[in-house]
Design a protein around this ligand. Structure first.
Ligand SMILES: Cc1cc2nc3c(=O)[nH]c(=O)nc-3n(C[C@H](O)[C@H](O)[C@H](O)COP(=O)(O)OP(=O)(O)OC[C@H]3O[C@@H](n4cnc5c(N)ncnc54)[C@H](O)[C@@H]3O)c2cc1C
Ligand SMILES: *[C@@H]1O[C@H](CO)[C@@H](O)[C@H](O)[C@H]1NC(C)=O
Ligand SMILES: *[C@@H]1O[C@H](CO)[C@@H](O)[C@H](O)[C@H]1NC(C)=O
Ligand SMILES: *[C@@H]1O[C@H](CO)[C@@H](O)[C@H](O)[C@H]1NC(C)=O
Ligand SMILES: *[C@@H]1O[C@H](CO)[C@@H](O)[C@H](O)[C@H]1NC(C)=O
Ligand SMILES: *[C@@H]1O[C@H](CO)[C@@H](O)[C@H](O)[C@H]1NC(C)=O
Ligand SMILES: *[C@@H]1O[C@H](CO)[C@@H](O)[C@H](O)[C@H]1NC(C)=O
Ligand SMILES: *[C@@H]1O[C@H](CO)[C@@H](O)[C@H](O)[C@H]1NC(C)=O
Length: 615
């Protein structure tokens, strides 16, 4: 995703209320009194993955599912539904999570964005809807996870979506290409193009070609290397956000075997010995504790920041941490909360002296915006259908810089033990070494991207680091389940990550000098051209880049246990039974893509695994 700050910076906030028709709540929302003593499955977190899994499991009318979600249903505010209003959801729909000071980033702290609402991240994200490259997912498979490579996941990417091709005018005007054989045609999430694209996006695409970048025919085909077009999670019928709440809850809310309890937080998983038997929960922010039983499985889907918190509070986590907090140990699993990854990014800015018409700068024109608002209300067209951009470029290291060998060797020569504080469990260190070696081999063979350029209609873009080898952690420091966990991004801890970011910024400057951008009079303003040496650019990256574009992952990694893993390829937590994880926490190495479509695919596959073992 792109962060909300980015969108607020990139587009003008609009506070208009569009008066969208409110649909009656068909939802099977339950109150505490309606909850039955036990369900076949209890799903913790009604976000992107949780609602997807709950939907699939309740296809069987004989299986009962309870979803417990901290947040509430949104009230169909523009912030959720209108693409132009992304990034404007009020604070009550977010957790108040802040990282600890990031020592390699000048001790800055960072707000951690995570949706606290039915639909989770899918309700508040930037609606950019792409997939990673085959190489990204094959890394997962090759690290000891049979069944999780690109070929294995493609059917689930397809199952999750209905792709709507762009209209012929867009295809002709912009040269958008797509391949229906890799797209889904009947899944719950709608993927489509807005009927409005800024004309400068054509120059973005052309400039990358001039830069020498490969242009995939369809970035969703496993070939996500280069500059390509990508749809949004957008329902083209009424031009509103397509997200887990509508697609995996409203759509099926008449099923009597699905219960959703909102406004309640799970405080821990309950065990009999090492068998998960249910969960304890509390009214959001409250102190009363209640319990409910799960006959077949407790399914964790609280998102990468909270899933490890719940595991640790339940006694599943690093032994020394649990002992320090006097939490009785159910299973010593050093990997819980470790291997934390996100996509760090540097902000760049610039101007087009001869900008095209219209451009994002017209969003400051109140008259124009009012016209566009009416156009959206009446015809579902215009700039209000636009969320994140529809083009991005994902660049393998050798296309970015001639320093690939040098940078790869620098990573390769690092001592794995020195990447972590003294006393770190040996399996975590072994896991980092295995990941490092696999990532470097993928970089050498050019099957993964090292940086992304997100944007497309302006000279300023985010330069995003796609395969950082810095690792952070999310650990509890209190037994109070309502307190925030301690979030350490481990931001830029690995100095080669900084070097690649510097190469990414240099490549951005070169990109602006390509004929198709020069046609627009492209000029960089930040970083200014006066900063030239690698050393000065490194300093700038350390001072101004940030650790996240809201893609937290890895905190309950799917890896072998001797490599610091928390779940195996069946997604069951090691050392216990009847407990699984199905959200972004299981991602062992962050893929070169925005995460939502990947999380839907993971959840679709998870549902099949869970169904099969409980048939
Ligand atoms: C601001 C933002 C912008 C983004 N932009 C994009 C984008 O443009 N494109 C893209 O592809 N991806 C984007 N992403 C990333 C993507 O949306 C997430 O990776 C994905 O939604 C994560 O899904 P999840 O199921 O792992 O977690 P979530 O969807 O976050 O679900 C976790 C749920 O669990 C609930 N929960 C947490 N703790 C508890 C508890 N103790 N008890 C009960 N419930 C609990 C939460 O309230 C939440 O609803 C963005 C994310 C954010 C936050
Ligand atoms: C975060 O803080 C805001 C107020 O600043 C509050 O409205 C909101 O409920 C808080 N979020 C959570 C999840 O506690
Ligand atoms: C960051 O904080 C640490 C510990 O307080 C301190 O030693 C260090 O000098 C600080 N670094 C910067 C750049 O301020
Ligand atoms: C479309 O995808 C199919 C399946 O991967 C592939 O065989 C075909 O070559 C692709 N077509 C184009 C034009 O890329
Ligand atoms: C957008 O702004 C530019 C610069 O002010 C102006 O020339 C152009 O006419 C505007 N376009 C629209 C559609 O208002
Ligand atoms: C603002 O928008 C209106 C309506 O499209 C247009 O007529 C006007 O020229 C625009 N003003 C500027 C400064 O671009
Ligand atoms: C690599 O070096 C060659 C020869 O000096 C040069 O033409 C090319 O542009 C360089 N490539 C990059 C990505 O810097
Ligand atoms: C836990 O860590 C946070 C910082 O993330 C700190 O503010 C808080 O005081 C710590 N709590 C305890 C009990 O140590």
């Amino acid at each position: 995703m792109l962060s909300a700050q980015f969108f607020v910076a990139a587009s003008v906030l609009t506070t208009v209320v569009l008066g969208l028709p409110s649909t009656p709540l068909r939802a099977r929302i339950v109150s505490e009194q309606d909850i039955t003593r036990s369900y076949d499955y209890v799903v913790v977190g009604g976000g992107t993955a949780g609602l997807t899994v709950a939907d699939r499991l309740t296809e069987n009318p004989r299986k009962t599912v309870l979803v417990i979600e901290s947040g509430q249903l949104d009230e169909r505010e523009d912030a959720f539904l209108v693409p132009h209003s992304i990034g404007t959801a009020p604070p009550k729909y977010f957790y108040n999570l802040t990282s600890i000071p990031q020592s390699a980033g000048e001790n800055r702290t960072f707000f951690v964005q995570a949706g606290c609402v039915v639909g989770g991240g899918s309700a508040v994200n930037g609606m950019f809807f792409d997939r990673g490259s085959a190489g990204d997912y094959n890394l997962w498979r090759d690290l000891g996870n049979p069944g999780w490579g690109w070929d294995d996941l493609l059917p689930y990417f397809k199952k999750s979506e209905t792709f709507h091709p762009p209209d012929s005018a867009t295809v002709e005007d912009f040269g958008v290409t797509y391949n229906m054989s890799v797209r889904g045609t009947s899944g719950p999430i709608h993927a489509s193009y807005p009927p409005f694209l800024y004309p400068a996006v054509k120059n973005f695409q052309a400039a990358f070609k001039e830069f020498g970048t490969h242009v995939p025919y369809d970035g969703a085909s496993g070939d996500a290397l280069g500059a390509f077009w990508t749809p949004n999670s957008l329902d083209p019928t009424d031009m509103i956000r397509s997200y887990a709440r509508i697609a995996h809850y409203d759509r099926i809310a008449s099923r009597p075997n699905l219960h959703l309890l909102t406004g309640h937080s799970v405080t821990k998983v309950l065990f009999h010995g090492v068998t998960a038997t249910g969960v304890e929960f509390t009214p959001f922010g409250g102190s009363r504790r209640m319990t409910v039983d799960a006959k077949s499985e407790v399914i964790l889907a609280a998102g990468a920041p909270h899933t490890p918190q719940i595991l640790q509070l339940s006694g599943v986590g690093p032994e020394n941490l649990l002992n320090k907090l006097h939490i009785p140990i159910v299973a010593n699993l050093p990997g819980v909360g470790q291997n934390f990854q996100d996509h760090p990014a540097s902000f760049t800015d610039g101007i087009f002296v001869n900008d095209l018409n219209p451009s994002p700068s017209n969003n400051t024109n109140a008259t124009w915006i009012e016209e566009q608002r009416i156009l959206y209300e009446t015809e579902k067209k215009g700039v209000f259908t636009v969320s994140a951009s529809n083009s991005a470029a994902f660049i393998p290291l050798h296309q970015l810089t001639n320093r690939t060998n040098e940078l790869v060797s620098a990573y390769a020569s690092q001592d794995p033990a020195l990447q972590f504080p003294a006393g770190t469990d040996a399996t975590i260190i072994a896991g980092w070494r295995a990941q490092r070696d696999a990532v470097l081999s993928a970089i050498r063979s050019g099957v993964v991207a090292s940086t992304e350029y997100a944007g497309g209609s302006a000279a300023g873009m985010l330069v995003v680091l796609e395969k950082p080898l810095s690792r952070g952690s999310i650990n509890v420091n209190t037994t109070n389940p309502l307190a925030s966990p301690v979030i350490d991004y481990g931001f830029l801890k690995n100095n080669v990550d900084v070097d690649i970011m510097v190469e990414g910024i240099k490549a951005w400057r070169k990109l602006l000098s390509m004929p198709s951008f020069q046609e627009l009079g492209a000029q960089p303003t930040f970083p200014p051209n006066s900063i030239t040496t690698d050393e000065d650019l490194r300093e700038l990256v350390v001072q101004t880049s940030f650790p996240s574009i809201s893609h937290p992952s890895g905190t309950a990694s799917m890896l072998p246990r001797n490599l610091g893993g928390v779940v195996g390829p069946n997604l069951i937590v090691y050392g216990v039974s009847k407990l699984s994880v199905v959200d972004a926490s299981i991602i062992p190495i962050i893929p070169g893509t925005h995460l939502s479509s990947t999380v839907y695919a993971i959840a679709e596959k998870a549902a099949d695994l869970i169904k099969a073992r409980n048939a």
